[in-house]
Design a protein around this ligand. Structure first.
Ligand code: PEP
Length: 241
């Protein structure tokens, strides 16, 4: 399985900025054989990024979706719309959605179900806060997020890409040590019936990517801040195995 390098641009990059970033990234990266690179712009930049990445090895993902296919849900986005814009992946359960937007395990579960039904590959994020880690609740939190998130779709977990993203490491510059990440990945793997891909996310940068990717347990990374600059994201994509 090829390692996955996914860049979550969060609420950054309007369509024009997205175009420039993709063009610069393509120049910096050159040939990206042996890796799956997923660009995850905001909804409003999906069309621009799709246009530039068509027939290239870059894949497209979205940052969220609604759990219904259509209807009276003002301001929401259907997974079907994402598919029609060329998305193959969708991030679900990101900690910023859980902790800032109040997303629950239950809504993440509904979204995971629909994503699988319509043929989007979910990138399902789980991870503990600093307080939860300090109080020794890391495994309990991850177990809850996974069992609630996968309710009714346990047998389809192998179709999902998991991302272990400790909340204390997201956008903070504090990266989990390879040992901490490996321990969490092993814990997640043991909760799942069939082998699944598990990514690490949390302050991944050019200067820690090689060390993280040396671990067999880490099958790729979900990158936030460092995916917003072509040179740093290109260096991450070209990590040394
Ligand atoms: C993320 O948002 O998923 C993330 C990992 O962010 P950062 O790389 O900035 O910590």
């Amino acid at each position: 399985m090829e390692p996955i390098i996914a860049g979550n641009w969060k609420m950054n990059m309007d369509p024009a900025e997205s175009r420039t970033l993709v063009q610069d990234l393509m120049k910096s990266v050159g040939d990206i054989k042996g890796r799956i690179v997923i660009l995850i712009p905001p909804f409003t930049s999906l069309a621009s990024v799709c246009e530039l990445t068509r027939n290239t090895r870059f894949k497209l993902g979205a940052q969220n979706m609604h759990w219904e296919r259509s209807g009276a849900y003002t301001g929401e986005i259907s997974g079907l719309f994402l598919k029609s814009l060329g998305c193959e992946y969708v991030v679900l359960g990101h900690s910023e959605r859980r902790h800032i937007m109040g997303e629950s395990d239950e809504t993440v579960n509904k979204k995971l179900k629909v994503a699988l039904e319509i043929g989007l590959i979910p990138i399902f994020c789980v991870g503990e806060t600093e307080q939860e880690r300090e109080s020794g609740a890391t495994e309990q939190v991850i177990r809850r997020q996974i069992s609630e998130g996968l309710k009714g779709i346990e047998n389809e977990a192998h179709k999902i890409v998991f991302a272990y993203e400790p909340v204390w490491a997201i956008g903070t510059g504090k990266t989990a040590t390879p040992e901490q990440a490996v321990a969490a990945h092993k814990f997640i793997r043991n909760l799942l019936k069939k082998p699944s891909t598990i990514l690490y996310g949390g302050s991944v940068k050019p200067d820690n990517i090689d060390t993280l990717m040396k671990e067999d347990e880490i099958q790729g990374v979900l990158v936030g801040g460092a995916s917003l600059k072509a040179d740093s994201f290109a260096r991450i994509i070209k990590f040394i195995q």
